[in-house]
Ligand binder design. Structure first.
Ligand code: WQD
Length: 356
């Protein structure tokens, strides 16, 4: 059993990963300020995990930009922290364009404070939530980890900046300042499009306000919370004219985090950089059709012009993650939609509704 600090553990991916970590027998401390998440998600994680496992879950409400909150989270038990998984950050592309300083403060400043706290508490193993957004407009499809990092919005810039911070920490270049090989064990996981929900329907994606992303918007139209879907662009150079993305089930993503942790613990200090995607692309219209089939509900839509900053296609080359971790996404689009609908139909208003 290890002791883990999960920064942002009440969020969509964080809550699903926290559940798997508890089920794997680990002790989990969640630090979250609930700025974009709900404490209810962790209540339900505890219920799903069961009483003995949930006894290993501890919550610290606080901000990763606050050194006091970070110290409190590291000191919840006398046991040292064996690793940190860092989900805490803002991820709305459009919001980042309008509020770049907020994104640099939270995503980069917060990460710097977290890393400094890790140093203070002698913890040098980190799994970082990065994003395919760092690739910007991809030069080729599928996208390998060696593709150029050319982010096109402040959100992507902040993720690339933290990746660089982590590369500097992991660097074991000899030199007068270096005290020898780096002790840092770091995985930078570049998510493609996280979607779906835990099969129980008890936890899932619950965006604040109108969803920016396709999947939760489609889901909210199907359940009757939104009237119509706006499809941004039907004139892309794709088979049906709509944008193609690599949708990865959140449970596949969570399993990828546990596999990355095992690799960091069982191998010498290293910097792992891996795409977490399915390697399969689906268009907007394919997602709409799959969700209608899974839910039995219509998803009416209107075709609008392209959205600024969008690319025609973004699909992962996931072979490196399979080679290094033995991991690959198992769940297909039909499963993503049926699990996502199960969550949404039981929780039409997200965590603000449904059985507690
Ligand atoms: C997918 C497709 C849209 C909404 C984002 C961000 C970031 C990242 C992954 C973490 C595109 C189309 C969308 C809608 C639509 N997460 N669309 N109508 O832009 O690929 O990536 O999610 O890092 O949040 O980079 O995801 O779901 O916004 O768009 O037609 O109402 O759906 O044009 O083709 P995206 P998305």
């Amino acid at each position: 059993m290890a002791k883990l600090l999960i920064a942002g553990g009440a969020g969509f991916i964080g809550s699903h990963t926290t559940l798997l970590l508890l089920e794997a027998g680990h002790q989990v401390v969640v630090l979250d300020n609930f700025s974009t998440s709900s404490p209810e998600s962790l209540q339900r994680v505890a219920q799903l995990a069961g009483s003995s496992a949930s006894a290993r879950l501890c919550l610290v409400e606080g901000d990763i930009r606050d050194p006091g909150s970070l110290d409190q989270a590291f000191q919840t038990t006398s046991a040292p922290c064996d690793a940190v998984i860092h989900f805490a950050g803002l991820k709305a592309v459009a919001q980042s364009v309008h509020q770049p300083l907020l994104y640099w403060d939270v995503n980069v400043g917060g990460s710097q404070r977290l890393l400094a706290a890790m140093e203070r508490h002698g913890c040098h193993t980190l799994v970082f939530s990065s994003s395919a957004t760092v690739y910007g407009y991809p030069d080729r499809i599928p996208i390998p980890e060696t593709a150029a990092l050319q982010p096109i919005n402040p959100y992507g810039h902040t993720k690339a900046a933290v990746e660089q911070m982590l590369a500097d920490l992991a660097s074991n270049e000899a030199g007068p300042a270096a005290s020898g090989p780096s002790r840092w064990r770091i995985a930078r996981l570049r998510y493609f499009n996280p979607v779906g929900a835990h099969a129980s329907g008890r936890i899932g994606e619950d965006p604040l306000g109108p969803p920016d992303n396709l999947f939760p918007f489609v889901s909210q139209v199907a359940v009757g919370r939104r009237q119509r879907l706006k499809i941004f662009g039907a004139d892309w150079p794709t088979p049906d004219g709509t944008g193609i993305r690599d949708y990865i089930h959140v449970m596949d993503l969570a399993e990828g985090h546990l596999a990355a942790l095992e690799a960091l613990w069982n191998e010498p200090p290293q910097l792992l950089t891996l795409n977490l995607g399915s390697g399969r692309g689906h268009s907007v219209l394919e997602v709409v059709q799959a969700f209608e089939a899974a839910s039995g509900r219509p998803v009416p839509y209107d075709l609008l012009p392209r959205r600024a900053g969008d690319a025609a296609e973004s699909v992962a080359d996931p072979t490196e993650a399979h080679r290094r971790l033995g991991w690959r996404a198992q769940r297909d689009l039909a499963t993503i939609c049926s699990d996502g609908w199960h969550w949404q139909s039981l929780n039409p208003e997200g965590y603000g509704s449904g059985p507690a």
